[in-house]
Design a protein around this ligand. Sequence first.
Ligand code: SAM
Length: 333
Amino acid sequence: MSLELTDKDGLIDAFQRRINYLRVSVTDRCNLNCIYCLAGSVSHLSHEDILRYEEIYRVVQVAAGMGINKVRLTGGEPLVRPDLSKLVRMLSQIEGVDDLSLTTNGTLLSRYAVELKEAGLKRVNVSLDTLKRARFKRITGVDKLEEVLDGIRAAHSAGLLPLKINMVVLRGINDDEVVDFARMSIDQGWHVRFIELMPFREPETECLGIVSAREIRERVQSLGELEPGAVRAGNGPARYYRLPGADGTVGFISPITEPFCRSCNRLRIVPGGQLQPCLLASNEVNLKETLRNGAGVDELKRLIRQAVAIKPEQYLLREGFASVKRPMCQIGG
Ligand code: SAM
């Protein structure tokens, strides 16, 4: 990278948080239609409206010079975008990006795990809410549990580690599997993270019930005392613990009952090219126009600093609901 890209001060926001993590949502399309995510009910952006790989590369290259060292690809489902390994290869060559990861539903992972690893991907998080076939179909709309389990095995053997499994816990739908998932940290060495449902004010999600991280933790403790403090790669919002005899860990992510805004280190790029400083806030900075008008490094740096400057102190949940400008399948979680 040329020297002009390097900005030694890093990115610090108005609340003294160091911003070093960029999540890039590469598509708003998904091959699942999870009941809490709204992927099936959104209209998709056209091909021209989505940032091209070269444009994503350009932004990440500039951001890396400003202190972004963690990059995660997400979606929609990132693996439905053709030739994602090409983007991974491009990003993995950027100096300063030392943690390049992917969040996926796992359905296509067995096909791509090896080439993603060879392209420079470090690790994957797989979203999986149930280990029961019929229930998987109910939650996601498709009968693909076996594909996901194959994908997890393939990612393991390809060395995309540590591999984390993310389970969104839904009252009355999959919360009876919390203990089974936690047991996988002992039996399979999985790193399992339980995520509180973020309820959006939409007809599809209004009927879904949150289970608090505290309640999930209490249920997991039926397997034994939780030993705190085992932090895995990424240092994200999860609080990690280990069960007796487990090689894997269990983590709890509690955006609703114990928000982690104070330690938020993230910016997000959504598929249409907006830089979003907060998952739930509606303010944003448009990068696409500037990129397509041939902006130089200084202009891109200015926009990235602007996004950091408008990052809110915390998100607001109105009457317990998250009101969002975009559905989760566009932001990427
Ligand atoms: N398709 C990829 C996947 O399934 O991991 C990436 C995108 S998906 C939107 C990212 C994560 O957001 C998934 O783990 C999903 O479970 C989570 N998610 C979506 N809607 C959510 C909600 N309402 N509350 C909590 N997590 C949610």
